[in-house]
Design a protein around this ligand. Structure first.
Ligand code: NAD
Length: 350
């Protein structure tokens, strides 16, 4: 078992625990008088394994979709917690992907003005990103993650074993966030190693995958520790996300099925092209990433005209008036933030 601490203001605010088997979770749960488990119906098998090893005060399955990542589902979760007798000392344990951890984490943050919560992320995306850092929330009025809070989970329990049933498309979606992390911090050439592992399918070895996940989790935990409230360095994690959120918005309007990670993959390529157009990155960076994406099986384009993404980008929750903090890539492992308008950004790319 390996533990990474999220240190905020000199104190341990959260822990990311990597373990080879789900059984290692039971001792961690003994610290709580009552544990309520909410799980994505698609990972009922993981919830059952947890229930077999620990006494639970309640269990609830939820259906997950971006449509159901809303206040109504949070209200349902709060009603369930109230009826089942969850008090201020209870722990809400969320088992599932980023939708489940965002929903359950948010419910835990507002129920009785906040109870403790912990995550067992079951997608690669949630293991390397969504379940670390304490951002939780829901979609609102067609905008992604418009309502939410930042509050740290007690712990995030990471186990590559639970990914065995994850559909390949969802695995790739997480691979995009994994590569994003190493584009921000390429310590030990982690980016190149991840591309090799993903393109050569070496990740099928669970211990290799577990190490890769722990390395990405450690980068994220470090950034969150230094800038929990996203006033500076944490913005780096939004690499590709301004474009990605606009892509997801347009996809919803057009009734197209594009996952968050797929949108992020294409968003990163657009950010790299913008970095080149603005003279921040040397020519060839975007082409290099595109080749890496192709080798890893990630998408490199979306069926939207760039111009159509502009309006959606200005409504990004990170927009400040007309300008947006665009995270740009000057080289692999080196990002920079520039405040420019969405119109200016798209004009550079047209
Ligand atoms: N809070 C944050 O910091 C943060 C960061 C990044 C993304 N997010 C959010 O995360 C969400 C995307 O997360 P996601 O990709 O994990 O989506 P998800 O939770 O929808 O999971 C993807 C799919 O995989 C299924 N699934 C999950 N684990 C499985 C398993 N082990 N076996 C079989 N099926 C499994 C789910 O039922 C779902 O159909 C988005 O809503 C995004 O906004 C949040």
């Amino acid at each position: 078992m390996e533990e990474i601490q999220v240190i905020i203001g000199g104190k341990t605010a959260s822990r990311v625990i990597s373990a080879e088997s789900i059984e290692a979770l039971a001792p961690l749960l003994e610290a709580y008088p009552k544990v309520f488990l909410v799980y994505d119906r698609n990972v009922a098998w993981v919830a059952k394994e947890i229930a077999a090893g620990s006494p639970l005060a309640g269990m609830k399955a939820i259906d997950t979709s971006e449509k159901a990542k809303d206040l109504a589902t949070v209200q349902d979760l709060c009603s369930w917690l109230l009826e089942a007798g969850a008090d201020r000392k209870s722990l809400l344990l969320a088992v599932g992907g980023g939708i489940t951890t965002d929903l359950a984490g948010f419910a835990a943050c507002i129920y009785r003005r906040g109870i403790r919560f912990a995550f067992v992320p079951t997608t690669l995306l949630a293991q390397v990103d969504a379940a670390i850092g304490g951002k939780t929330g829901v979609n609102f009025l067609d905008f992604k993650n418009m309502l939410g809070v930042i509050r740290q989970p007690d712990f995030t329990f990471e186990c590559a074993q639970v990914l065995q049933t994850l559909p390949h498309r969802d695995f790739l979606s997480g691979a995009a966030e994994l590569l994003k992390t190493f584009l921000i911090d390429n310590t030990g050439n982690a980016y190149e190693k991840a591309v090799t592992m993903l393109s050569e399918a070496e990740v099928s070895a669970p211990d290799t995958l577990q190490k890769l996940i722990a390395a990405a989790a450690s980068v994220k935990a470090g950034i969150v520790g230094r800038d929990e409230q996203e006033n500076g360095e944490r913005r780096h994690l939004n690499l590709g996300h301004t474009f990605a959120h606009a892509i997801e918005h347009e996809a919803r309007q057009a009734g197209l099925d594009i996952t968050h990670g797929e949108a992020v993959a294409v968003g990163i390529l657009l950010a790299a092209r913008l970095s080149e157009a603005m003279g921040l990155a040397s020519k060839g960076l975007a082409a290099r990433l595109e080749a890496d994406w192709t080798a890893c099986g990630l998408p490199t384009s979306v069926p939207f005209d760039l111009g159509t993404l502009t309006a959606a980008m200005t409504k990004d929750k990170k927009a400040e008036g007309d300008t947006i903090h665009f995270v740009l890539l000057s080289s692999i492992g080196q990002v920079e933030i520039r405040k420019i308008s969405a119109a200016e950004a798209t004009a550079q790319l047209l």
